[in-house]
Design a protein around this ligand. Structure first.
Ligand code: IFM
Length: 450
């Protein structure tokens, strides 16, 4: 017999997207290239040579896309602003680009959908990359100026602002493994970039507090990793602790406690002396937050024994396959790891949490009956929502859940192969077809129960 379980009262439900993954229109109305335009046009970087040039053409179809949100009964929409659209050179406001987001925000508010705005979901203006990008401390200053400009332009329409999405990806995939833009491969650089991202986040939070209405909520979204040791051998346990430090605590500790963990500094001493952390930085990084956004897809397992792929950013922990079913991304499916992550993160941070991303990719196709029967996604979402409820029962203060993602879209280095959407997109003619999971998710939202 199945029993129904309720989510907390006032639980926030939503879906998310990111600018480069859906907008297209990369050279319209004054937008200039971002690092992802450059990277995706570099041969060999993206599966099938895909680019975000058109993506879901959301820049032109945003009205229909907002109507889709209404049809799905989605109360809150998380999207990101393309810095190179509103400030093409990274510093000068481009009014037509800004007007796009004002129209989008007005469209959401007219439809009574609460916007959650991310300022940086990886599309750094290429002009700033050419000056050193996140390796250069000046980018911290320019990001703060960008945040201030956005606060002044749209702060009256935005109740929730997230500074950065998954700085781990920018630091490590962008600068250590080279899988993401700008495609650099230097572990030492990744730590410096992580610090500059932390500082940019903290400065932006403080600056925005002075501009946004008092009730505005400020946050950051981290893809926290639940890292498990392959065995209980001391070396593997130490490798997992190291991977945890360079993946999670490098962001959590400075943001929440105003310090970098000693283990992090010690275990990376062969690569960097951390002299890029200047007096006063950590006080700025730890500006108070209203909640913490957590993106979760999969746990990771590591071993100290070299041989497999190194954990991003280090040669002291190596990936180890888990004995668990996998998604088509090769990511292990283990909902209980989400419960553990939420319980621990709430206990250690004391902050309310929001699951800002969770979802699964598939090779979903529209069938002869005109529908997309993505039962694998319904199963994944159901099991992970149950994991959220388990975490709440164990004391974690989880206030919301955003499914990733509204539309099938440009999945970074994977191009259009991996479909994460609740809504199927035909990339030949841009037809949108809500999948079975979209209807299922709407039903959950409507009754606030699982
Ligand atoms: O599509 C991405 C998103 O941009 C950031 N978080 C992970 C998702 C799935 O890979």
């Amino acid at each position: 017999m199945s029993t129904t379980r309720s989510f907390p009262e006032g639980f926030v439900w939503g879906v998310g997207t990111a600018s480069y993954q859906i907008e297209g229109a990369v050279a319209e109305d004054g937008r200039r290239p971002s690092i992802w335009d450059t990277f995706s046009h570099t041969p060999g970087k993206i599966a099938h040579g895909d680019t975000g040039d058109v993506a879901c053409d959301h820049y032109h179809r945003w009205v229909d896309d907002l109507d889709l949100l209404v049809a799905m009964g989605i109360p809150s929409y998380r999207f990101s602003i393309a810095w190179p659209r509103v400030m093409p050179d990274g510093r000068t406001i481009n009014q037509p680009g800004m007007d796009f987001y004002k129209r989008l925000l007005d469209g959401l508010l007219e439809r009574r959908i609460a916007p959650v705005v991310t300022l940086y979901h990886w599309d750094l203006p290429q002009d700033l990359e050419d000056r050193g990008g996140w390796r250069d401390r000046e980018t911290v200053e320019l990001f703060t100026e960008y945040a201030v400009a956005m606060g002044k332009e749209i702060g009256d329409r935005v109740p929730v602002v997230t500074t950065l999405n998954e700085p781990w990806c920018t630091a490590y995939l962008g600068h250590a493994t080279g899988e993401h833009a700008p495609g650099l491969t230097d572990n030492a650089l990744a730590y410096e970039v992580a610090h500059h991202l932390n500082l940019a986040h903290g400065r932006a939070v403080t600056a925005l507090r002075g501009i946004l209405p008092a009730e505005a909520q400020l946050s950051v979204t981290l893809n926290l990793q639940e890292v498990l040791p392959a065995t209980d051998r001391a070396e593997d346990v130490a490798a997992a602790a190291h991977a945890e430090a360079i993946s999670n605590r490098i962001f959590l500790d400075p943001m929440l406690r105003g310090s970098y963990p000693v283990e992090l500094i010690d275990s990376t001493a062969h690569l960097t002396d951390w002299s890029f952390v200047r007096d006063g930085d950590l006080a700025e990084v730890s500006a108070p937050l209203d909640f913490l956004g957590v993106n979760y897809y999969s746990p990771g397992m590591v071993t100290a024994t070299p041989g497999s792929t190194p954990w991003p950013g280090t040669d002291r922990a190596w990936r180890h396959d888990m004995d668990a079913p996998q998604t088509i991304m090769g990511w292990a499916i283990q909902p209980s790891a989400l419960t553990d992550l939420l319980v621990r993160t709430h206990r250690e941070s004391g902050l309310p949490l929001v699951v800002t991303e969770n979802g699964i990719a598939g090779h979903d196709a529209v069938g002869a009956d005109g529908a997309v029967h993505d039962t694998h996604r319904i199963d994944y979402l159901r099991d992970h929502l149950a994991a959220v409820l388990d975490a709440v029962e164990q004391g974690a203060d989880v206030r919301g859940y955003f499914g990733w993602t509204l539309l099938d879209n440009f999945e970074w280095a994977w191009g259009y192969d991996k479909r994460f959407g609740l809504v199927h997109v035909d990339f030949d003619d841009q037809t949108r077809t809500p999948k079975d999971s979209a209807r299922w998710f709407s039903g959950i939202i409507e009754c606030n129960e699982l």
